[in-house]
Design a protein around this ligand. Sequence first.
Ligand SMILES: Nc1ncnc2c1ncn2[C@@H]1O[C@H](COP(=O)(O)OP(=O)(O)OP(=O)(O)O)[C@@H](O)[C@H]1O
Length: 287
Amino acid sequence: MRWEKDPILHVEHLKMRFGGLVAVNDLSFKVGRGDITALIGPNGAGKTTVFNCITGFYKPSEGMLTLRHKAGDRAGSDDGSFLLERLPGHRISQDARVARTFQNIRLFSGMTVLENLLVAQHNTLMQASGFTIAGLFGLPSFRAAEREAVDKARHWLEKINLIERADDPAGDLPYGDQRRLEIARAMCTDPVLLCLDEPAAGLNPRESQELNNLLLSVRNDHNTAVLLIEHDMSVVMQISDHVIVLDYGTKIADGTPEEIRNDQRVIAAYLGVDDDEVEEVEAEVRA
Ligand SMILES: Nc1ncnc2c1ncn2[C@@H]1O[C@H](COP(=O)(O)OP(=O)(O)OP(=O)(O)O)[C@@H](O)[C@H]1O
């Protein structure tokens, strides 16, 4: 398994307490480099809390989160390890190159579709300017970086079939297009790990299929590892290489989609049924 042989992220003994509530308890798992990994579980299982720990929104109460770059990862990052639990949030995105989306859409709705993709590249552009006004106006490195930013934005607009809508306000797009635009915006930061919180929520079957195709392309063409929280089993089972199941903040299963599909504990916990109903539910899931 790639997640054992070549993990990009190693979560060890993660614990997150909120006062007396233990939302995540002694959780360990690995995310394979270039894999699509799904984190699933019933409402309140602790999935978003795990994301918030990985992306620096929360400092874990205990545990280690190690992200390993390899030479050849996106944007020429060198070999190197990042202990995410010790880094401030902005360094997790900028240096460790972890990007995320949220359960609710957080595009700049008044800006155009293209502008949303350019804003995501603000850091690279500012570095190319040498952080000076003179740089902004004159430096050839800035002009080259600007061209690259537009090319990258165009690449992603073509990929998500929104090139025709580049100059429209992002808020005018249909919901499914906005979801894909958010993912494209995150990809414009050249992440090595892309964390997506319920990307398929609210999508119709056609939009869900478009999302699947986009995520498969992120994995296959860009070799970016994807970690997603998802309730939509048609997305999870179709595109994931690896599935991790949480219940009440602890891991109850970890394996390939096939293994998870056949795990009775998962069926019982995830669907919230009693033990004597498991067989019936299992038959429904297989159908
Ligand atoms: N900031 C917080 N303060 C207090 N409790 C919190 C906080 N964030 C999460 N929790 C609690 O931690 C537990 C796990 O919540 P979390 O949102 O991580 O679950 P989830 O698996 O993502 O659920 P869902 O699928 O509904 O989004 C819940 O009991 C929740 O109420």
